[in-house]
Design a protein around this ligand. Structure first.
Ligand SMILES: *[C@@H]1O[C@H](CO)[C@@H](O)[C@H](O)[C@H]1NC(C)=O
Ligand SMILES: *[C@@H]1O[C@H](CO)[C@@H](O)[C@H](O)[C@H]1NC(C)=O
Ligand SMILES: *[C@@H]1O[C@H](CO)[C@@H](O)[C@H](O)[C@H]1NC(C)=O
Ligand SMILES: *[C@@H]1O[C@H](CO)[C@@H](O)[C@H](O)[C@H]1NC(C)=O
Ligand SMILES: *[C@@H]1O[C@H](CO)[C@@H](O)[C@H](O)[C@H]1NC(C)=O
Length: 480
């Protein structure tokens, strides 16, 4: 290695770039901040669960991040769309996610991972939280931490999603969610090299929304309070249709509710699909990322693929090809209008906000829990947190083998998108909208045949910097 030629040295430098395309993010005050550049990370995101809930199948060892070919296809389309974050709802902690995580990492896309699943014993049961809070459950969610803690693009974990979905469920559940957050954060502290934020994703149930946020953001006095949320996600569907406005959708109310938040707040789901049957226009995007809403940290559009609930940006065809829906085009053109400079500027005063002390008086509605005595960890949990789980499957970033997407993808008019590939980003960048329109314009008549799909090396665009980089990687693989 002493007599490296300049060319090889350059290639090695480029090689390093590919392996670590994003810098970890941490919470500072109201903001997510890139730990190296100190720029704010405003979440420009999409919820990602191809196949819906049944995409998670432990028997088949499959989930949304288990198949690298599928992730390559989807990462290429999400990168071109302009997103910097995906949320993944159900993952199997015994499955290898290295390829998918590495692909999303290379294109500057962070992952927010839910630690739970809809299967029995894998989440808190809102009708009986005490019975579902046991060491077996904790073993599963700690497994998810082990699995994802080493990926630099793991942005955060959701400890729970919409457990409180009405006033009734807000009586008993809140202390248990704080308990789960505490256990996750203690596990991360003990077993992860870096802090990874943990928070809650709330349903937009107005009678309890403010209380939910108040309950999770406050600090319990007198101890090292690990049970506090690091951020707050809101699943928000109040902006519907072309004529909605900042006021009619009640965004002004949300902004004043969260204006003094001591933790980041963002939409963990948004994108109302009413009126139904027509493509969404996503006018809320310019509001969410505009001047009036800089106190929020952006949001994730529900959802990437068309499933039964009818929220898809793309249609995944049975032959594994993809057809973009008009919703994708519309969202992309909204993202292309964003002022990324405004979005990335940090509010330096934000660091100084201290969380309020938990107090019964901050809870306004009658039904909501005023109990800030958090349940002790269940039997066996302390050992599990101290010693770590048995046989953890710890993920790691791997080299990406292919950049070209092997299966065809079609624009919203039916024409094939040619040369679809991921473009690995240089060091420390997260992905941003790039002004392009991915759907080819046209009438849907078949496009001229694209260059041969065979022979991936032949598809590299040598004229571009990325072509050089990829060629370099291929050469490295031959030399070492
Ligand atoms: C990954 O997905 C592709 C496309 O659906 C499929 O052809 C392939 O068999 C899958 N690979 C594995 C290991 O399941
Ligand atoms: C937020 O803080 C400002 C300044 O301290 C205060 O005037 C305002 O009333 C607070 N807003 C809410 C909703 O508490
Ligand atoms: C795959 O299926 C889609 C939708 O049915 C169709 O439009 C497309 O032609 C098919 N592509 C291939 C390569 O079979
Ligand atoms: C910065 O934070 C302060 C305190 O929360 C807030 O009053 C102000 O509006 C914020 N400025 C921006 C640009 O977000
Ligand atoms: C508050 O919760 C704790 C455990 O989390 C429980 O032991 C206690 O009885 C609860 N207090 C009330 C008043 O419900």
């Amino acid at each position: 290695m002493l007599s490296l030629s300049p060319t090889i040295a350059l290639l090695l430098a480029l090689f390093t770039v590919v392996s670590y395309a994003v810098h970890p993010v941490e919470v500072r005050g109201q903001d997510f901040v890139n730990t190296v550049t100190d720029k704010r990370l405003m979440i420009i995101g999409v919820d990602y669960q191809p196949g819906g809930q049944s995409g998670y199948n432990p028997e088949a060892k499959s989930d949304a991040l288990s198949n690298g070919t599928v992730c390559l296809r989807d990462a290429a389309l999400l990168q071109r769309l302009g997103v910097n974050t995906i949320r993944v709802y159900n993952v199997d902690p015994t499955v290898n996610h290295d390829e998918c995580a590495s692909i999303f990492n290379a294109v500057g896309i962070y992952m927010i991972i839910d630690v739970n699943s809809p299967l029995g014993g894998e989440s808190i049961d809102r009708s009986n939280p005490a019975s579902s809070y046991h060491v077996g459950y904790l073993g599963r969610i700690f497994g998810v931490v082990e699995n994802f803690k080493e990926y630099p693009n793991t942005l955060a974990f959701f400890a729970a999603n919409e457990v409180m979905n009405d006033v009734g469920t807000s009586e008993k559940n809140p202390p248990y969610i704080r308990a789960v957050q505490r256990d996750l954060k203690n596990y991360i502290k003990k077993h992860s090299k870096r802090t990874i934020p943990v928070g809650y994703s709330a349903a937009d149930v107005r009678p309890i929304l403010k209380d939910t946020w108040s309950y999770f953001q406050c600090a319990i006095d007198g101890k090292d309070d690990q049970s506090r949320s690091d951020f707050f996600g809101l699943n928000s569907y109040s902006w519907c249709g072309e004529d909605a406005t900042y006021k009619s959708a009640g965004y002004d109310i949300l902004v004043s509710m969260f204006q003094n938040s001591t933790l980041p707040v963002f939409f963990s789901e948004y994108g109302c699909n009413k009126p139904s049957g027509i493509p969404r226009v996503f006018n809320e995007v310019s509001a969410l990322y505009g001047k009036d809403m800089t106190s929020l940290s952006g949001g994730l559009v529900y959802e990437y693929s068309q499933e039964e609930s009818d929220y898809g940006l793309v249609q995944i065809n049975s032959n594994t090809t993809i057809t973009l829906r008009k919703d994708y085009d519309n969202l992309q053109s909204q993202y292309n209008k964003l002022d990324i400079k405004l979005i990335e500027s940090t509010n330096s005063t934000a660091e100084e906000i201290k969380p309020p002390k938990c107090d019964e008086d901050m809870i306004e509605s009658d039904g909501f829990s005023k109990n800030f005595t958090i349940p002790d960890p269940p039997e066996g949990a302390e050992d599990l947190i101290n010693d770590g789980i048995d046989n953890p499957k710890v993920g790691k970033i791997v080299q990406i083998k292919e950049t070209a997407v092997p299966m065809p993808a079609y624009g919203s008019t039916g024409q094939e998108i040619t040369n679809l590939a991921i473009k690995p980003l240089p060091n420390d960048e997260s992905n941003t909208p790039n002004g392009e329109t991915t759907s080819p314009s046209g009438t849907g008549s078949p496009a001229a045949p694209s260059p041969s799909k065979k022979g991936d090396a032949g598809r590299v665009e040598v004229a571009s910097a990325w072509g050089v980089l990829v060629a370099g990687l291929l050469m490295l693989r031959i030399w070492f």
